[in-house]
Design a protein around this ligand. Structure first.
Ligand code: BV8
Length: 253
């Protein structure tokens, strides 16, 4: 049973307030919803990316091998959107928590780099980063100069192999180091936030309940309830860019 009740002024329960005052280790697990207020479309929301394209069509290796230029152009379009936006108050509040707590680790499913741009110092990217690209044959990272302005999937300057975005597609393994570090952080957390994620993509979506099973107080921040909500100790309904700054301000006083 999670506690949705709170006094009118408080943005959270007394229990969460106490835990946040005493916490040493915070983990903030984020999905596309944390970047929505920056103007980056989510995947499954109203105007979500998957509304126009199905994941099977684009975010998987078969789609890329079948039509590398289409998939490449989709990522270039998303990269343009991402380079034109800024971190929002939700990212900023998480970066401020990084300053306030001995340990505040961000585990993100996003590929948009906005947590780092906001100032978070420890960010584990479970699904890669849209700014990075590499050759599928020799795995050599392609430099930004080599791919600048490329409207077709570029070829590796070293071996002529096909260059792809350094993101994790469906059916692909998550980066081992990032995954192991994220599991370690989740199972050591005092308070674990799941922010702006529909919690449907695995294995990432197993982290919140792994954290809770290991003793963390599990808080969900979302504009609507999700499959995770019944397992959370507390659900804070609202926009991350509003809920997180209010929560932090409340803890500070
Ligand atoms: C894996 C990266 C092991 C690139 C993405 C069959 C074969 C193989 C695997 C599977 C299979 N069947 C199932 C699987 C597992 C599969 C999976 O989980 N599928 C699901 C869909 C059923 N997972 C995988 O394939 C993973 N790899 O399992 O490897 C393996 C390997 C081989 C064989 C077997 C096993 C890899 C998954 C990674 C896929 N890559 N993207 C790219 O970005 O293009 S997934 C994509 O969805 C994103 O990366 C994101 O991480 C993920 C989840 O989306 P969310 O971030 O949650 O976003 P969403 O839009 O869904 O939700 C937004 C939320 O925010 C909403 O709840 C909304 O209410 C809220 N919100 C909106 N605005 C706000 C807000 N909240 C707060 N404030 C706001 N303002």
């Amino acid at each position: 049973m999670n506690s949705d009740h709170k006094s009118p002024a408080a943005p959270c329960s007394a229990e969460l307030l106490l835990r946040l005052k005493e916490a040493g280790r915070i983990v903030v697990f984020t999905g596309a919803g944390i970047s929505a207020e920056s103007g980056v479309p989510t995947f499954r929301g109203e105007n979500g990316l998957w509304k126009k394209f199905r994941p099977e069509e684009l975010a998987n290796i078969d789609a890329f091998m079948r039509n590398p230029d289409l998939v490449w152009q989709w990522y270039q379009h998303r990269k343009e959107v991402i380079s034109s936006v800024r971190p929002n108050a939700g990212h900023d509040a998480i970066a401020a928590m990084d300053q306030r707590y001995p340990s505040c680790i961000v585990v993100t499913q996003n590929i948009d780099d906005l947590h780092r741009r906001a100032g978070s110092r420890t960010v584990h990217e479970l699904h890669g980063n849209i700014e990075r690209n590499y050759c599928m044959t020799c795995r050599r990272p392609a430099t930004p100069e080599e791919i600048a302005g490329q409207t077709k999937a570029p070829l590796c300057v070293a071996c002529g192999g096909l260059v792809r975005p350094d993101v994790v597609w469906f059916g692909e393994l998550l980066p081992e180091e990032e995954w192991n570090a994220s599991v370690e952080a989740a199972t050591a957390a005092d308070v674990f936030f799941a922010v702006g994620t529909s919690s449907v993509v695995y294995p990432a979506a197993s982290l919140p309940t792994d954290a809770r099973r290991a003793g963390a107080y599990l808080v969900e921040v979302n504009i609507e309830r999700t499959d995770l909500s019944p397992m959370a100790d507390e659900v804070l309904l609202g926009k991350a860019g509003e809920v997180l700054p209010a929560l932090l301000a409340y803890v500070e006083h």
